[in-house]
Design a protein around this ligand. Structure first.
Ligand SMILES: [Zn+2]
Length: 629
């Protein structure tokens, strides 16, 4: 990886660590780092580090701002059991009073090595990204950043680590790190920089399987499955073929790649936080245990691997300059997440279709749902999309209740609509000779080779789009990203030959969510969604019939028209109300108090779909079709 912006690093480190900086007491040399996961089933990870040092004051840092997590999410509260020693002497430490992620100590005269022992307590419940649940009885996901302290004063690409790992007996593992040897259950990996180490998580588990996806690619691509059961590893041959096509289509889209090999780590467990995190040469994908076993579950999450794969180009290689950092302590500036995440969301959906993981029909249903959700988002009337990117670090963990008025990290889904519009505009402006694919290979492609970071600015992005198709792109983004837009940007759908409509037919994605996630979504009719498990209202759309009746988010639906509620009873009430003037009566429990909510609504069930608009050529089908045969 190539070093970036040393001067900024020093200035900001001085600002961020607002204590007096001591002389650097770290000697050059490789840090030995051993992680012991034998107690992972008991939710405790152990680590030992041996750091070459010189006598004098030293600051140890815990990684705080993690690439891809877009916030100060290092799980410092779960870092425990810290014991420092030099030779036989304990070395006392003192946490900084202003920066919780920094520890002060003094290396005694004569000492050349600091030994660090510490534990990490992977949480079982809530938590985002690497701070989320990472273990079950049968598996664990280990992000090195959760278990290490590193000396301040040098860049993360200069600090070298020699990592090793001990696994529970019989467990397998997956990682982008290169194995160097084994002694019993201890695995040694090649020496890497701190940047590469944090970029290379490890998945381990009792049930594991490696699937080669290389196909015709020049370098190796593997899928490492770790699951809570052998059954869950049973990926269908057609899914395997689609994942091979994903790799071929991804490389065809960008025209090159920036890894020595690529490892998809896929953890299948109901006890691990469900998310994906991008890395240069791998991705940490975590999904429910039975995802690969039935089509409904797979369809709902099929976009995850394509999304994380796209990030190897758009995020890791080309990165907005505010997100490219030399260490883990300097805050990110997240303004360009509408490119980093928004464009990746669009390309992720495109590649999910081109690879055959989705049918074109399912891809359109997904797009229709995104368009409908963003069209029923009153938060658009006060908050421009740009504010959701700048505030990303406070929005990731925000409550579902109130989300339509708050807006959450909308730059993912709204990015799909905006970049579809860019794609259709390029196709129109060039009379079909060019497309967003050309922009992707020009801007994100580059020479194939080692992982490196090539930061970009907003001005460079706008200029590069202008090279593909002459247009006032700055004005385009000013309107859609940086201004308040009460209406969702649906012109990409219209340009691509389709239109958003609502019918009584269930949307395929919503139908899957009802089945698998126990969500009943009446957002586009009554104006709320709820959990079918406990009747809890997930959110109510301000201005909707439900809001007018006084329904509160997080209240619990008990009965509909005097009868205990079920999804069928509620659907029946919607059908009855369509043919008469009586309101739908809900009995609702709100913080121990019961009340009746009257909803004056008579239009029946409404679910979003795309309908062909024959006035325009069908660009959407062209976009979603495979490039390769
Ligand atoms: Zn992403």
């Amino acid at each position: 990886m190539r070093p970036i912006r040393h001067i900024t690093l020093i200035v900001v480190l001085l600002l961020v660590l607002s204590f007096e900086r001591p002389a650097v007491a770290q000697a050059p040399g490789v840090i030995d780092f051993h992680v012991d996961l034998t107690d992972a089933p008991s939710r405790i990870f152990h680590a030992r580090l041996s750091v070459p040092v010189q006598a004098g004051p030293l600051i140890l840092l815990y990684p705080k701002w993690l690439p891809g997590e877009h916030g100060p999410t290092g799980p410092i509260a779960d870092l425990v059991g810290i014991k420092l020693s030099a030779g036989d002497q304990p070395v006392p430490w003192d946490r900084d009073s202003g920066e919780m992620f920094a520890f002060h100590l003094n290396i005694p005269v004569g000492a050349t090595q600091l030994d660090i022992e510490l534990d990490y307590l992977p949480p079982s419940g809530s938590g985002q990204f690497t701070a989320g649940a990472a273990t079950s009885d049968r598996l664990a996901v280990m992000s090195w950043n959760t278990l290490l302290l590193y000396p301040a004063g040098r860049q993360a690409n200069e600090l070298m680590f020699r990592p090793s790992l001990t696994l529970p007996s019989g467990w397998g593992f997956g990682t982008a790190l290169v194995e160097q040897g084994r002694e019993g259950s201890k695995i040694r990996f090649e020496t890497v920089s701190l940047l590469e180490l944090v970029d290379s998580p490890v998945t381990v588990g009792a049930h594991h399987r490696v699937i080669d996806l290389t196909g015709d690619a020049e370098v190796r691509h593997q899928l490492h499955l770790i699951a809570d059961s052998d059954e869950a590893l049973g990926m269908k041959p057609e899914t395997e073929q689609a994942l091979q096509r994903l790799i071929a289509e991804g490389i065809a889209l960008f025209g090159s790649y920036h890894y020595r090999k690529y490892d998809f780590l896929l953890t299948l467990s109901d006890h691990v936080a469900s998310f994906g995190l991008e890395h240069h040469e791998s991705s940490d994908n975590r999904l429910p245990e039975r995802t690969l076993l039935d089509d409904t579950r797979l369809n709902l999450r099929a976009g995850l691997l394509p999304h994380e794969f796209v990030h190897s180009w758009n995020a890791k290689y080309r990165r907005p300059e505010g997100l490219a950092r030399d260490d883990f302590q300097q805050p990110f500036e997240t303004d360009l997440l509408w490119v980093y995440e928004g464009l990746t969301s669009y390309l992720g959906e495109v590649l999910t279709s081109r690879s055959g993981l989705w049918t074109p029909d399912y891809a359109r249903e997904s797009l229709a749902l995104i368009a409908a959700e963003l069209s029923n988002r009153p938060g658009r009337t006060w908050r421009p999309l740009a504010d959701t990117t700048r505030a990303a670090q406070i929005l990731y963990g925000s409550s579902r209740a109130g989300s339509s008025w708050r807006r959450g990290v909308d730059f993912y889904d709204e990015g799909v609509l905006i970049w579809l519009e860019v794609d259709t505009l390029i196709r129109r402006l060039s009379d079909g000779r060019r497309s967003l694919d050309d922009f992707c290979s020009a801007f994100f492609g580059g020479e194939s080779g080692l992982p490196e970071v090539d930061p970009f600015s907003y001005a460079e992005l706008v200029a590069a789009l202008g090279e593909i198709a002459a247009y006032d792109w700055a004005e385009f983004f000013d309107t859609r990203i940086y201004s308040i837009q009460a209406e969702a940007p649906l012109d990409g759908i219209t340009n691509s030959g389709w239109r958003l409509v609502y019918t009584e037919e269930p949307n395929l994605v919503q139908q899957g969510e009802r089945e698998v996630y126990k969500r009943f979504d009446l957002t586009f009719s009554l104006g709320f969604s709820l959990s079918t498990e406990d009747g809890r209202v997930r959110d109510v759309i301000p201005g909707s019939p439900a809001a007018a009746g006084g329904l509160a988010p997080a209240s619990i639906l008990v009965a509909v028209n005097d009868r205990r509620w079920t999804p069928e009873i509620l659907r029946q009430a919607l059908a009855v109300a369509r043919d008469d003037d009586e309101p739908i009566r809900l009995l609702v429990e709100n913080s121990e108090f019961f009340s009746e909510v009257l909803i004056d609504y008579h239009d029946g069930e409404r679910y979003p779909h795309l309908e062909r608009n024959d006035a325009e050529p069908d660009l959407l089908s062209e976009i979603l079709a495979p490039r390769l045969r």
